[in-house]
Design a protein around this ligand. Structure first.
Ligand SMILES: [Zn+2]
Length: 212
């Protein structure tokens, strides 16, 4: 089973990718992780990537794709994989297809976790963090009657990342970037859309039936 997984920031895509990878016995290829791994192992492409990261620049597509290609060639990826965090743009999707062709790989499904913007917004803006111990709470679930951490009594606050404007901006960027990519896979009849809002195990079962 070879899957590409999409989802807006904050929907729990990484968590689901990890669970699916275990359940389906396929490797989880998270672009961020394999990039960091290539850098720490000091591979040729890893060193190239590092020079961009050190300057605070985005790693160019051809380097990221090269690192993905190397990862796909490893033995454990032969049984299948779940690609998480890539491609994000149309040129990336097209370049990735060239790699798949080269390696004789056929993608089975491209799964997009769909969410209602307001529901996601409501969930994410309810997140609070303890300044003292770093525990994460959600006001929709955890009753924090005196605005203090339930574990240590520390002061809780809302991170800038969880503020409405920030989430809205990231969501818009995601929607605009992925629209053409989803369309690309939809034309190829690979795209499946799955409801991304639910309990973790609910979403997992929806995703599993979508890739069957
Ligand atoms: Zn605390």
């Amino acid at each position: 089973m070879r899957i590409i997984l999409f989802g807006p920031p904050g929907v729990g895509k990484g968590t689901q990718a990890k669970i699916l990878s275990k359940n389906l016995k396929i490797v989880h290829i998270a672009t961020g992780d394999i990039l960091r791994e290539a850098v720490s192992r000091g591979t040729g492409l890893g060193n190239k990537a590092k020079s961009f990261m050190d300057r605070g620049e985005l790693v160019p597509d051809d380097i990221v794709i090269g690192i993905i290609q190397e990862r796909l060639k490893e033995h454990d990826a032969r049984n299948g994989f779940i690609l998480d965090g890539f491609p994000r743009t149309l040129p990336q999707a097209e370049a990735l297809d060239k790699v798949f062709d080269k390696l004789g790989i056929k993608i089975d499904r491209v799964v997009s976790m769909e969410v209602d913007k307001e529901v996601l917004m409501n969930r994410l803006t309810s997140r609070r963090v303890c300044r003292n111990c770093g525990s994460i709470f959600n006001l929709l679930v955890d009753k924090l009657d005196d605005s203090k951490c339930k574990k240590c009594g520390g002061e809780i606050y809302q991170r800038d990342d969880d503020k409405r404007e920030t989430i809205e901006r990231r969501f818009e960027v995601y929607q605009n970037q992925t629209k053409p990519v989803k369309n690309y896979y939809s034309v190829k009849k690979l795209l499946v859309e799955v409801d991304g809002i639910g309990k973790i195990d609910e979403v997992t079962s929806w995703l599993k039936s979508a890739v069957k």
